[in-house]
Design a protein around this ligand. Structure first.
Ligand code: IPE
Ligand code: IPE
Ligand code: MG
Length: 248
């Protein structure tokens, strides 16, 4: 499944050692509809691709993998699809718990979890605790996540701390704000990948990805393999990141 014949030079000077790759996993619905199947079949296949990719992260040099699974806007979909997705998330946590523990995967969730059903909230709490000691791969799932919502919640928390006298308004800078975001324990993504041919960000990590590289690929998420990721990383290694400066 994983083609080792494609060279991937993890020691390439342009590849950061602890790569953080964030993925907008798009195209599940179209993948299923192209075959005349219900959209949920595409989501199920998408979850399988997640498992394969997580497994290959150490080999790919990915230490942090952040996946957009459900946006704050995705509640607009049919009840059937929303409920189907919610039970898929719960099933993924239950089924993958053992493997994640064995393979050193630390699972975290970002997004507003208070709107999720109680069972899912409990499962999330449970798996985060179960895997808290792991450090080999940091898998973060964005669930009921929206960048604007995240910044709004952070702003509210900052305002509360200022009102309580815990924080001086003049001390607020981008480091301080970062610490109020859901991603406070993660480095900024080096690379954001979006599948399915759409070339928009759809409210994913607007603050954190301010200087990330973007790759848009036409591949639908259920067709996206570890080899697809390997090819993208090889291309990414050739890019020059300047962060506003001038490279020699
Ligand atoms: C991405 O696939 C998964 C979620 C947003 C939950 P889509 O369901 O958006 O698939 P398309 O874009 O309709 O093909
Ligand atoms: C983005 O995909 C959200 C996720 C992948 C979870 P969407 O399919 O919801 O985005 P839009 O609606 O095409 O912008
Ligand atoms: Mg979509």
């Amino acid at each position: 499944m994983f083609d080792k014949s494609v060279p991937h030079d993890r020691d390439h000077p342009a590849l950061p050692r602890d790569l953080h790759v964030a993925v907008i996993m798009d195209g599940n619905g179209r993948w299923a509809q192209n075959r005349g199947w219900p959209r949920l079949v595409g989501h199920r296949k998408g979850a399988e691709q997640v498992r394969k990719l997580v497994e290959m992260c150490p080999e790919l040099g990915i230490r942090y993998l952040t996946l957009y699974a459900f946006s704050t806007e995705n509640w607009k979909r049919s009840t059937e699809e929303v409920l189907g997705l919610m039970s898929l998330f719960a099933r993924y946590i239950r089924r993958e718990a053992g493997r994640m523990k064995r393979e050193g995967v630390r699972l975290r969730f970002i997004g507003d979890r208070t709107r999720l059903n109680d069972d899912l909230q409990m499962l999330i709490q449970w798996i985060e605790t179960e895997t808290a000691g792991n450090d080999r791969v940091h898998l973060t799932v964005a669930l009921n996540y929206g960048g604007r919502d995240e910044i709004t919640r952070a702003t509210r928390a900052i305002a509360r701390d200022v009102a309580a006298g815990k924080l001086d308004a003049d001390d607020i800078n981008d480091d301080v704000l970062s610490r109020y975001l859901d991603t406070r324990q993660l480095p900024d993504p080096d690379l954001v990948v979006r599948t399915s041919g759409e070339t928009r960000v759809s409210n994913f990590l607007p603050w954190q990805a301010a200087y990330s590289e973007y790759v848009f690929t036409a591949t639908l998420w259920p067709d996206f393999t570890p080899l697809s990721m390997q090819n993208i990383l090889n291309d990414f290694a050739k890019r020059e990141r300047r962060f506003g400066g001038v490279n020699a």
